[in-house]
Ligand binder design. Structure first.
Ligand SMILES: C[S@@+](CC[C@H](N)C(=O)[O-])C[C@H]1O[C@@H](n2cnc3c(N)ncnc32)[C@H](O)[C@@H]1O
Length: 296
């Protein structure tokens, strides 16, 4: 059978199983089975596949039909134009999280930026995208999961930024050795009861998705640690879930009454990121907690 026929049959099998982006997914899996780049695949559409090549491809399609994400099958996912290694220890980086990187880069143009912390780094996608684009900035990347940090470390090596990203294991901001200018965080924010609707839930780490009863458990705990780990005039960028914007704004306004807080929508108009900028002065919250600890 020819490459084009096998590709079409694979696509048909994924469409029948109602898998999104069936055409792209079938192509990625066929390229992976044959070890070809995109352009090479399209130059070989009329080549006959060997029995073994065909078997390899159908084995991958079977894994996909069993709902295993393509990124875990191939071990790769592109994020912000970079190729990241991924496995079952880390969340597959999502395209919507690129908004965090873009917003952080925008702030880096406006404000002095010496240190950034990526909290819950997973594969390291956010920290590494920032490190590659901001070569003078020192970056800390934390995660509670040592196996996730192992994946982040190999991605740092792959992109040549291991000497500029310090990987730290621990709870949220606790392992940071100093306050930073900017905190970016894509923490678990899926509501417990909605976890069953995440179609990759059997494969992606629970720890990366589960945000507790209202999805905001990790975000609220982070909020209570921010005051001690963010410099005066510093910023916090948080990825949030659908319909969480208002609750997250109310929570952070209460903690940091003088901060400039806003929601940033993605290209579809959905609020994806909460941005908080601390004023360049020490302020106390109602609970008496300082929201900034030292001069930048
Ligand atoms: C939604 S994933 C985000 C991964 C990556 N930043 C990305 O955007 O693709 C959340 C990450 O937070 C980590 N995490 C969960 N609870 C944590 C905690 N208490 N402290 C630090 N990291 C935590 C998980 O292990 C996971 O890697």
């Amino acid at each position: 059978m020819k490459v084009r026929e096998v590709l079409s049959q694979g696509r048909g099998a994924l469409i029948t199983a109602k898998i999104d982006d069936a055409s792209l997914e079938a192509e990625v899996l066929l390229r992976y089975a044959l070890g070809l780049k995109r352009v090479q695949l399209y130059l070989q559409l009329d080549r006959e596949l060997s029995f073994k090549e065909s078997e390899n491809f159908w084995q991958l399609i079977r894994l996909r039909l069993n709902n295993e994400p393509t990124a875990y099958i191939t071990g790769h996912r592109e994020f912000y134009g970079l190729d990241f290694d991924v496995d079952g220890n880390v969340l597959i980086p999502r395209p919507e999280s690129e908004l965090l990187v873009e917003t952080a880069l925008g702030l880096a143009l406006e404000y002095p930026m010496h240190t950034i912390a990526d909290v819950g780094t997973g594969s390291g996608a956010l920290a590494i995208s920032l490190a590659v684009t901001l070569p003078r900035v020192k970056i800390y990347a934390t995660d509670i999961s040592s196996s996730a940090l192992g994946v982040a470390q190999s991605n740092c090596q792959k992109h040549g930024v291991l000497n500029r990203i310090r990987l730290l294991q621990g709870d949220l901001l606790e392992p940071l050795p100093e306050p930073v200018n900017l905190i970016v965080a894509n923490l678990p924010y899926v509501r417990e009861e909605a976890l069953s609707q995440v179609n990759t839930r059997y494969f992606e780490p629970h720890l990366a998705l589960d945000g507790g009863p209202d999805g905001l458990e990790a975000i609220r705990r982070l909020g209570t640690q921010v005051g001690a780990k963010l410099r005066l005039g510093g910023g916090l960028l948080l990825e949030i879930g659908l319909d969480q914007g208002e609750a997250v704004m109310v929570f952070f306004r209460h903690l940091f009454p003088s901060a400039e807080i806003k929601l940033i929508p993605d290209g579809c108009g959905i609020d994806r990121v909460m941005s908080l900028l601390l004023p360049p002065a020490i302020l106390l919250t109602e609970s008496g907690v300082s929201n900034a600890v030292m001069l930048s």
